[in-house]
Design a protein around this ligand. Structure first.
Ligand code: DQQ
Length: 611
């Protein structure tokens, strides 16, 4: 009976998706000729290409054969299906003084197709050099595609790549393959060889072979000498997301553990990620392979899945019982999508342990939010978010994320604003620097929450609806207050990144909403401009809340309250381009807000794959 209910629910959800999709497909994919004529000139302006966010010189970097951006709008699921993409995090890693980034790439165009593993290297995760393609279809086990995967460092220091190969035409039949460096003494790891024993993991009969992909970094647990890794999958006709555990002594023979590490009624899990984090508030990262038996009590685990039906990255914090090979989230309702790495455009991410700085680094892919035809006209699509250091908050309930410190080397021309009160309905421009490529850190101080509006209980768990319903321009009680970025001189174009504070009857803890509202980001009429939002878990006990926003021409990437809530948005201004981009602090709330300190820096352009 339970299974029947789940199936009916899924069929219903699917119908809703399709209904939403057909509407958006109609909007986004008119005939190519017609749409190309409509591509606004500003979209193809090279000045909208990002300056310091990772991207190759041209073409697509990605996710899968289709992209869906899902959102909740007026209670209705809407889905944008975009059938061609470029760059997703396949395998970030560190080797012999170099960071390596392998990513899903279409060498032939700005849409998802012909996917290979492109390869770039860096000394600092900021300046990048493009190398030759690392892995491309060349054996029967990957003849029809080299999809996502991960790198694992062996005890002797050499890396191994596991990746998904598509080995049959038509239906995407997926297997897992292994590749080794041809010459481990080359720190650039330019060439990779695929042993004859590929594929090393094939789906057993009870697994849906078209939903079986993206092996994780492998780890050793206990003294049994076995490597473990996860493969993302779906069960119950697609209704359940599953992370299967496979074990091996030699990376050649792999056996599935009978029960999955974890599964939930969410739909297909792509790109799973599983790693330990320190539970005592340490910001240092942990190497999955070095969690000693004694330290286990000081460690929590994070399981992330990239949810195919929504195209967002969700995670839970929990406990890993390695004897039982099971993971249990601390929050029994955690699988119901309480926590996201990023409440904006951020998908198919991966973390890696960086031994050079003893930190865990999270890297996610952000696709465009224009249309396929715009991408074709631009000749490029897809960027990487700024790599983020990630660790467990002292509360143990959620992760904190912060741009890696290396990005600060790009800062120059600092401008500050101190102890400036922004009165109700007012705004202040931050001048003295160019802000189309900038890093802004600001601390807001609230003298009182007396004016905070009461939160409608129906919206108490739905940040996106709360934000989307009225956006940044509503006159609130405490907030909306925050930044207008990539704003034109007269502010007819602007993207708002803001907070709004609510009170809840019977609780002394305020509800703090963080939101990005790009609905006025461009005068071009045909842009997809979803608002994005998440709640910030804070008591506001010192009356302060901070915001950091990385602005990069068509990216607005924000970190609320020290990295508790993050939102990345793609926007395509038509006026606020290059030197015409302005930055403001605004307050649309009734209560005054003080900027105790704002510092804004212009950002230099690093080496970016030769572009
Ligand atoms: N994109 C890859 C897949 C992965 C998906 C193919 C994530 O391996 O599941 O390019 O978007």
């Amino acid at each position: 009976m339970g299974a029947l209910v789940v199936r009916v629910a899924w069929a219903w959800l699917l119908l809703l998706q399709l209904a939403g999709a057909s509407h958006v497909v109609y909007r986004d994919f008119e005939t190519k000729a017609a749409a190309t004529e409509k591509v606004p000139p500003s979209i193809v302006d090279p000045l909208l290409r990002t300056g310091y966010h990772f991207q190759p010189p041209k073409n697509w970097i990605n996710v899968s054969s289709k992209k869906r951006i899902s959102c909740i709008y007026n209670y209705i699921w809407c889905f944008v299906l975009i059938y061609f993409l470029s760059d997703e995090t396949a395998a970030p890693m560190y080797y012999e003084g170099w960071y390596h980034f392998f990513y899903q790439y279409n060498p032939k165009g700005a849409v998802w197709d012909n996917i290979v593993w492109a390869h770039s290297v860096s000394r600092d995760l900021i300046n990048w050099h493009a190398l030759e393609t690392a892995i491309e279809p060349s054996i029967p086990a990957d003849k029809y595609g080299c999809w996502s995967g991960s790198a694992t460092t062996m005890p002797d220091g050499t890396p191994v790549i596991m990746y998904t190969g598509v080995n049959r035409p038509g239906v995407k039949h997926q297997v897992q393959n292994v590749a080794y460096p041809k010459n481990a003494s080359d720190p650039m790891l330019r060439e990779w060889v695929k042993p004859d024993h590929n594929p090393v993991i094939v789906p057993e009969r009870d697994i849906n072979a078209t939903e079986f992909r993206d092996p994780t970094t492998a780890w050793l647990a206990g003294d049994d000498g076995h490597w473990r890794l996860l493969v993302g999958s779906a069960a119950e006709g697609g209704a359940r997301g599953v992370a299967y555990v496979y074990r091996s002594r030699d990376f050649k023979e792999w056996r599935r553990v009978k029960r999955p590490l974890h599964s939930a009624a969410t739909g297909m899990w792509e790109c799973p990620d599983f790693y330990p984090v320190s539970r005592d508030g340490h910001t240092m990262g942990l190497d999955t392979n070095r969690v000693c038996g004694k330290c286990r009590t000081k460690v929590k685990y994070v399981l992330k899945n990239s949810l195919d039906v929504r195209r967002y990255d969700y995670y839970t914090v929990g406990t890993y019982d390695q004897k039982d090979e099971r993971y249990v989230p601390d929050d029994p309702a955690g699988d119901e999508h309480h926590l996201r790495y990023d409440y904006g455009n951020f998908y198919a991410s991966k973390t890696f342990y960086d031994p050079a700085k003893q930190r865990r680094v999270l890297w996610g892919w952000a696709n465009e939010s224009d249309t396929r035809d715009h991408d074709v006209a631009k000749g490029w699509a897809g960027i990487q978010a700024i790599p983020r250091k990630v660790w467990l908050d002292f509360s143990g309930k959620q992760l904190l994320q912060w741009p890696i410190e290396e990005v600060e080397a790009l800062r120059h021309q600092p401008v500050t604003l101190k102890d400036t009160v922004i009165k109700a309905g007012e705004h202040v421009e931050v001048t003295g620097l160019e802000t189309e490529q900038a890093d802004v850190e600001v601390t807001f101080e609230l003298s009182s929450l007396d004016c905070a509006e009461s939160l409608d209980p129906a919206l108490a768990h739905d940040a996106e609806r709360l934000c989307g319903a009225r956006g940044a321009d509503v006159e609130g009680g405490v907030g909306p207050f925050g930044l207008w970025v990539l704003a034109s001189a007269n502010r007819e174009e602007r993207t708002a990144v803001f907070f709004r504070v609510f009170k809840v009857a019977g609780s002394d803890k305020p509800v703090v909403l963080m939101c990005t509202d790009p609905t006025k980001s461009s005068l071009n009429p045909d842009m997809y401009r979803p608002t994005f939002a998440g709640f910030v878990d804070t008591h506001l006990s010192d009356g302060k809340i901070s915001l950091r926003t990385l602005i990069d021409r068509s990216v607005v990437e924000s970190f609320g309250d020290g990295g508790k809530t993050c939102i990345l948005s793609r926007v395509y201004p038509s006026l606020a381009i290059d030197k015409n981009a302005h930055l403001y602090v605004f307050n649309n709330g009734e209560e005054d807000v003080k900027v105790s300190l704002l510092t804004a820096w212009q950002m230099k352009k690093p080496l970016m794959n030769g572009a």
